[in-house]
Design a binder for this molecule. Structure first.
Ligand code: CA
Length: 232
């Protein structure tokens, strides 16, 4: 049985106070962090494939975080990678997703946010039991997971279980960019998202939009080259 002490996390961050802070937070939460300060070391350690997850800064001396991510991803498609991006730099988030990052955390981040992202990604990859789904609001729709339907006033639309899961995910990730990779991992539960046509995701999203968009507003916007975002 794996104990939490054995969950190793690699932290690639050149700024010493941030690196130490990250390692301290992770150790406090029961993980076993290893901090390295440049891209070369990050790539070398990352390629050993012994880390449950890698926190990867973008601006690094030598190899950039993007290059490190790409290098690791080529060898290890399942490696979990969270990029550390600057707040407001959507371009970094998009590039991160393009080179294979699973998720991102914007700097400066709160400890709570960071730990939440780390735990969510580990949980997702571990295929943990899904949380019970209770009714929730999505924009002006009332989503009823038990009866698989969306209700708005007099209008009632049937949903599939997968569509309900997609809406729940977008609600949870409200305002954040959700990559196709994340959707494939979490909704389709494919272990290796790179082998699946991302068109599968796009087609499902198009269908879902059509069902809910009877007033023509785009509830879920497409973020070019990256994925989708629900920003109400
Ligand atoms: Ca940096």
């Amino acid at each position: 049985m794996t104990t939490r002490e054995e969950i190793e996390i690699l932290v690639v961050e050149d700024e010493e106070p941030i690196r130490r802070g990250l390692c301290d937070v992770l150790a406090y939460h029961g993980y076993k962090p290893l901090g390295v300060e440049n891209g070369e070391e990050g790539l070398r350690e990352g390629l050993t494939n012994r880390f449950a997850l890698i926190l990867l800064d973008i601006m690094l001396p030598g190899l950039s975080g993007f290059e490190v991510c790409e290098g690791i991803r080529q060898k290890h498609p399942h490696q979990l990678i969270i990029m550390l991006t600057a707040r407001g730099s959507e371009e970094d988030v998009l590039t991160g997703f393009r080179v294979g990052a699973d998720d991102y955390v914007t700097k400066p981040f709160s400890v709570a946010e960071l730990v939440a992202r780390v735990e969510a990604l580990l949980r997702r990859s571990g295929r943990m039991r899904r949380e019970e789904q209770t009714a929730f609001r999505f924009a002006d729709w009332e989503i009823d997971p038990a009866n698989l339907e969306a209700v708005k006033g007099e209008v009632k639309v049937e949903l599939s279980a997968r569509e309900v899961s997609i809406l729940a995910l977008f609600l949870r990730e409200q305002g954040r960019i959700v990559s196709r990779r994340m959707l494939l991992q979490e909704i389709w539960e494919v272990p290796d998202p790179d082998r699946i046509e991302t068109r599968t995701v796009d087609m499902q999203l198009a269908k879902l939009r059509k069902k809910l968009n009877h007033d023509e507003t785009q509830l879920i916007e497409t973020v070019r080259g990256a994925g989708y975002r629900f920003a109400e």
